[in-house]
Design a protein around this ligand. Structure first.
Ligand code: ADP
Ligand code: ASP
Ligand code: MG
Length: 814
């Protein structure tokens, strides 16, 4: 004998009911089967809603009823196409009774728990009837038996308790004499000893099946649903979740208690006592392995944590006060009060100081709980010994579950540090002494992120997902997107990084895809994207609330640089090639650094100096390893190199600058390069990263330009002054030539002060042979006192800058 239970989704459509019948048919070829069915998917909710409406004198109950009626009649006509009047009449007569019941509720304006049970019982009664009649119409040897004749309970309506003595006897008696191959029974519903309709609690069809399986001591109980077993986390919230092959009863109990809906918690009890294995199977994929749940605890040694579950709508209540310390009886009175009000406590923690007790309950019970507790402790509250109870709402519990967690160190540390890194604030923690379960109370809005974060940390082959938001898709940004697309596969396979671009924006439009944009067609998508704003971009980022998020600024825009702080405060990392933030006031720079530490969100800007060259990273590593920077000498401007490499007595200075601008080596306003401001910003950043508090004004800028050049108030005007002052530039060149030197624009930092300016470089100096747009940096440190650490290479260009940004993103991944 086999006992199979099919849930609401399994009987939710004609197509699925056909699958159910095929499964039952094939089982019944070998031995007889007992099949427990839920109401058609969604019907229990609809019935309850119709009841609520009717009770509130809201005529919407009629449209709910109409929908319920249509769903069942449509199923019938699809499943039994050849008109069977008797069957149709039966269903219609049941629906008529249902309608009268609802009308009654509407008239008297009242819905008692007793009537509610009567109301919802129609769901399972109808579904079981339709399934049985369909089977009969196909010539199968099936009989429907009403479970209300078998399962006897007390009169605790909506969640009745089973009288196992009578129930077991009824079940054994009935099946002893039953000779049909297939028996269909409605789940969830039962009858009190005085003959009233009762139900076993929401999700109770599992329980019905377990009661029958236990009464008949069958070899195993099969729960058929719409997923292939109990997953490592709710598959609707965690995409990477996968079915767990084996679980112990305790693990399944913990997981289902904390919200893994596949199994209704009490349903395990009857089968657990008898050591009957439970198999969870998928109606849509009968060949999938599914999950086997047994008493065997040894199956988990390879993996300490087995799954994560979550439960929503939690309110956290805290009772605290100095009057509680060392005085016994507070918790007893507290929990007695809750018990009297029949409030289920889901979660408890007490600090060892005994100064407070904190517990989690269903949010719907919160006001009742608060009122009755304040009443219980009225006296102590009025004497200021304890505070009125504190209620916090909009919370959820996430729990990591596994029998063998107790044998492994560091599991809770890993769980909480993963949550912390993603800025998920933990309101309370509980870990049972048995260590089968570590639970944390967090804000409802963080649940998805928390589940995914913990899942990544415990169940995913260490593949890390990075979620990137890029703003600015000009030259450099475009290359970056290309590089990401090209390297995606490599990153996944070799570095175990799953890099996804979630948002893209330019100054006009922006686009998003929570599961990763398709990078093949991003340009077309962006062209027809929604209107871009900086606030909108941040808001979307916040609303997705994905773990390991990175904001990438590929603009040179001051407004964009002002939003970094907002991102960091959300624990979103910031990667920027925009130099403005790091070369703004020291206060702003250090504030961003502080936020980065505080919110555990990296702030990386390697490309601010020398494009893709690993200059800042090297500097940071030197300092982190205990070295001290004594001085820095550098050539940091690709534009000025270009200019002075091409300028001699055969060329006019004006023409060379024009050419540099034309070829894209200077900023649109060449004065920013030629005045030395850009280089000053770069050495400022290096000085700050070396640990010196400095501002741009503190940098000595010994300009090689003439007063006229510097006073020009437009780019055109500037070019005119270059022509007028040609002699000045020729003089600079002649002097260098006479001394057998090259002109280079040099930035220097001596450990305290910094300066920038044009220098004559002798032929034995490392700067002498610097070609094209190359940059060079020489670090003199305590460990490199005479021979400096030198970094040299292309210091400008879209490709190298994009790869520098890319490297920062990967650094965060690692
Ligand atoms: P049924 O109608 O078959 O009783 P339920 O809706 O009660 O099905 O339970 C199955 C659903 O439980 C799945 O569709 C899934 O969305 C949800 N669920 C939540 N947590 C888990 C988990 N850890 N593993 C599998 N399913 C889960
Ligand atoms: N139909 C009931 C419910 O939705 C019982 C069940 O499906 O298990 O709660
Ligand atoms: Mg269920």
């Amino acid at each position: 004998m086999n006992v199979l239970k099919f849930g609401g989704t399994s009987v939710g459509s004609a197509e699925n009911i056909k699958k159910v019948i095929a499964i039952l048919d094939s089982y019944s070829q070998k031995e007889s089967v007992i099949c427990v069915v839920s109401a058609v998917g969604g019907i229990t909710d609809k019935l309850l809603r119709a009841g609520e409406f009717a009770q509130q004198k809201n005529e919407s109950y009629l449209s709910e009823f109409k929908a319920i009626k249509e769903i069942h009649l449509n199923l019938l006509s699809e499943l039994i196409p050849i008109q069977n009047d008797a069957v149709k009449e039966y269903v219609e007569s049941k629906l008529t009774i249902l309608k009268s019941l609802l009308d009654g509720i509407y008239l008297i304006n009242e819905l008692s728990p007793k009537t509610s049970d009567k109301l919802v019982s129609f769901g399972e009664l109808l579904s079981s009837y339709i399934v049985a009649e369909t089977m009969k119409s196909q010539g199968l040897n099936a009989v429907r038996k009403n479970s209300q004749d078998l399962i006897v309970t007390n009169s605790k309506f909506t969640k009745a308790e089973v009288n196992f003595g009578v129930t077991n006897m009824n079940i054994r008696e009935y099946f002893k004499n039953a000779n049909q191959k297939i028996t269909i029974l409605p789940g969830f519903i039962s009858k009190s000893d005085s003959g009233e309709i009762t139900t076993l609690g929401r999700g109770g069809s599992d329980f019905t099946a377990a009661i029958i399986a236990a009464a008949l001591k069958v070899n195993r109980l099969e729960i058929w649903t719409d997923v292939s077993g109990m997953y490592t986390a709710n598959p609707k919230l965690v995409k990477q979740a996968y079915p767990i092959e084996r679980l112990s009863y305790q693990e399944a109990m913990e997981l289902s208690h904390f919200g893994a809906k596949v199994l209704y918690p009490p349903s395990l009890q009857p089968v657990l006592v008898l050591d009957i294995p439970i198999l969870i199977k998928n109606t849509n994929d009968p060949d999938a392995h599914g999950t086997v749940i047994t008493s065997d605890k040894s199956n988990g040694f390879s993996k300490a944590a087995k799954g994560i579950s979550n439960i929503s709508n939690i309110a956290l209540l805290t009772l605290q006060g100095n009057g509680m310390i060392g005085i016994p009886g507070f918790s007893k009175r507290l929990f007695e009060t809750l018990a009297q009000e029949k409030i289920n406590v889901i979660f408890i923690t007490q600090a060892s100081s005994e100064h407070s007790i904190c517990f989690g309950i269903d949010e719907n019970d919160a006001s009742l709980a608060a009122e009755s507790i304040n009443l219980t402790f009225e006296n102590e509250i009025s004497l200021l010994k304890i505070d009125p109870i504190i209620v916090e709402k909009d919370l959820s519990i996430v729990a990591l579950v596994g029998d063998n967690m107790k044998n492994h160190q560091g599991i809770s540390g890993r769980m909480f540090s993963a949550l912390g890194k993603n800025n998920i604030n933990i309101r309370a923690i509980a870990q049972g002494a048995s260590e089968k379960n570590i639970s944390a109370v967090i804000a409802e809005k963080d649940v998805k992120k928390a589940l995914n974060t913990i899942h990544e940390s415990f169940f995913e082959d260490q593949t890390k997902q990075l979620n990137v938001y890029i703003t600015g898709v000009g030259n450099v940004g475009e290359r970056l997107v290309e590089q990401i697309q090209q390297q995606k596969k490599y990153l996944k396979e070799q570095l175990k990084i799953n890099l996804r671009v979630i948002g893209l924006s330019n100054s006009r439009t922006m686009i998003f895809d929570e599961s990763g944009l398709s990078l093949k067609s991003w340009k077309e998508q962006l062209a027809s994207g929604e209107k871009a704003t900086l606030e909108g971009f941040l808001e979307r980022n916040k609303s997705f609330n994905l773990r390991n998020s990175i904001f990438v600024d590929v603009t040179a825009n001051e407004e964009v640089s002002k939003v970094y702080a907002d991102y960091l405060r959300e624990s979103i990392a910031v990667v920027a090639c925009n130099k403005i933030a790091c070369s703004s006031t020291f206060e702003n720079y250090s504030n961003l650094k502080r936020l980065s530490v505080k919110y555990n969100a990296p702030f990386l800007f390697e490309t601010n100096v020398g494009a893709g060259l690993p200059i800042i990273d090297t500097l940071n590593h030197l300092i982190a390893s205990g070295d001290k920077i004594t001085s820095i000498q550098a050539v940091l401007s690709g534009s000025l190199n270009f200019v002075f490499n091409n300028f001699d007595d055969t060329a006019k200075f004006h023409d060379v600058v024009k050419q540099a601008q034309k070829e894209g080596y200077t900023e649109p306003d060449p004065r920013i390069d030629l005045s030395g401001v850009d280089v000053a910003r770069k050495i400022l950043i290096l000085a700050r990263e070396s640990g010196t508090k400095m501002n741009l004004e503190d940098i000595e800028n010994d300009s090689f330009l003439t007063e006229n050049n510097l006073k020009s108030d437009s780019v055109d005007d500037f070019y005119k002054t270059l022509i007028a002052d040609e002699a000045h530039f020729q003089k600079l060149y002649a002097s260098a030539k006479k001394n057998d030197c090259q002109l280079k624009y040099v930035a220097e930092f001596n450990g305290e002060n910094a300066k920038v300016g044009l220098k004559e470089i002798p032929s034995d100096h490392p700067f002498y042979n610097l070609k094209g747009k190359d940059n060079i940096v020489m670090f003199y440190t305590q460990r490199y006192p005479e021979q400096p650490l030198i970094i040299k290479g292309a210091g400008a260009g879209a490709d190298v800058t994009a790869s520098g940004l890319f490297a920062d993103i990967i650094r965060i991944g690692n």
